[in-house]
Design a protein around this ligand. Structure first.
Ligand SMILES: [Zn+2]
Length: 262
């Protein structure tokens, strides 16, 4: 890469809304985020709007109730003000038989109809909700978008470095950034994101008054084979012995935050 190309890359990065290092709550891990949380939230809202929702599903009020309790419990760790106000959160039952649940930046949470069979109690729902809200407070969506933008920018730079077409340069880069952002939203989370969400989710559910012991039980149940075919949620959220062992390790930290019984 020529020094000139490097400088142009630097200028492009500097022109992006936010370039910087942020810290994940509780774990304190540093993360590099290239995008504005609001822009990622807007992209997410577009994706969320396309999904087939069931607004009259009788399980929706319960989901919303548990979700908002978890969000309220999570706010104590939201030093950076990432979590939207309660009125901005949107919970939806998604008409899809595959067992899956997800959270998007900006506070959009979706539960597939196929997920409910795997989460019969409020504590089970709180396990999933705690985990998903943790993805939001940790800005995993923005981090993932930033990572895939980084890959897209590198590819565009490599491409430009072999040609001398400076007029098109900015357009090429901006297209790459857009692709990276779009693609990033749809990628599964990394293993370290999953661990972080497990730990914070455990704390949030305990703080909200749910039994954190439901978490290792939930993951153990699904770790024991599902007739050979791994449902989508569990292929992107592997329920192996490591995951359950980590939850056990973090259990005292979570239990210490449970509300005191009168
Ligand atoms: Zn997850």
């Amino acid at each position: 890469m020529s020094p000139f190309t490097t400088m142009r890359l630097f200028l492009l990065l500097a022109s992006l809304a936010i370039v910087g290092c942020q810290q994940v709550p509780v774990t304190g891990r540093s993360q590099f985020i290239l995008v504005d949380e609001g822009e990622v939230a807007a992209l997410s809202a577009t994706e969320f709007a396309k999904m087939k929702k069931l607004p009259a599903d009788p399980r929706l009020p319960k989901l919303r109730e548990i979700g908002l309790k978890i969000v309220a419990a999570a706010r104590r760790d939201d030093k950076a003000g990432v979590l939207p106000p309660a009125s901005r959160w949107e919970f939806a039952v998604i008409d899809d038989k595959s067992p899956n649940a997800f959270a998007m930046p900006g506070g959009k949470i979706g539960f597939h109809t196929g997920m409910f069979a795997f989460a019969p109690t409020d504590d089970d729902l709180a396990v999933i909700m705690g985990h998903e809200v943790a993805h939001v407070i940790c800005r995993h969506g923005s981090e993932r978008v930033s990572q895939s933008m980084g890959v897209a920018i590198a590819a565009a730079v490599a491409d430009e470095a072999t040609r001398d077409s400076s007029a098109k340069t900015r357009g090429t880069w901006m297209a790459a950034v857009g692709l990276g952002a779009q693609f990033g939203i749809l990628l599964p989370f990394s293993r370290s994101h999953e661990s972080e969400s497990d730990r914070l989710g455990l704390i949030f559910m305990a703080r909200a008054g749910y039994n954190p012991e439901a978490a290792p039980a939930f993951w153990t149940r699904f770790g024991k084979g599902n007739g050979g075919k791994t449902p989508e949620f569990f292929s992107t959220h592997p329920a192996d012995a490591t995951r359950v062992a980590q939850l056990r390790k973090w259990m005292p930290e979570a239990k210490a935050q449970m509300p005191k019984k009168p």
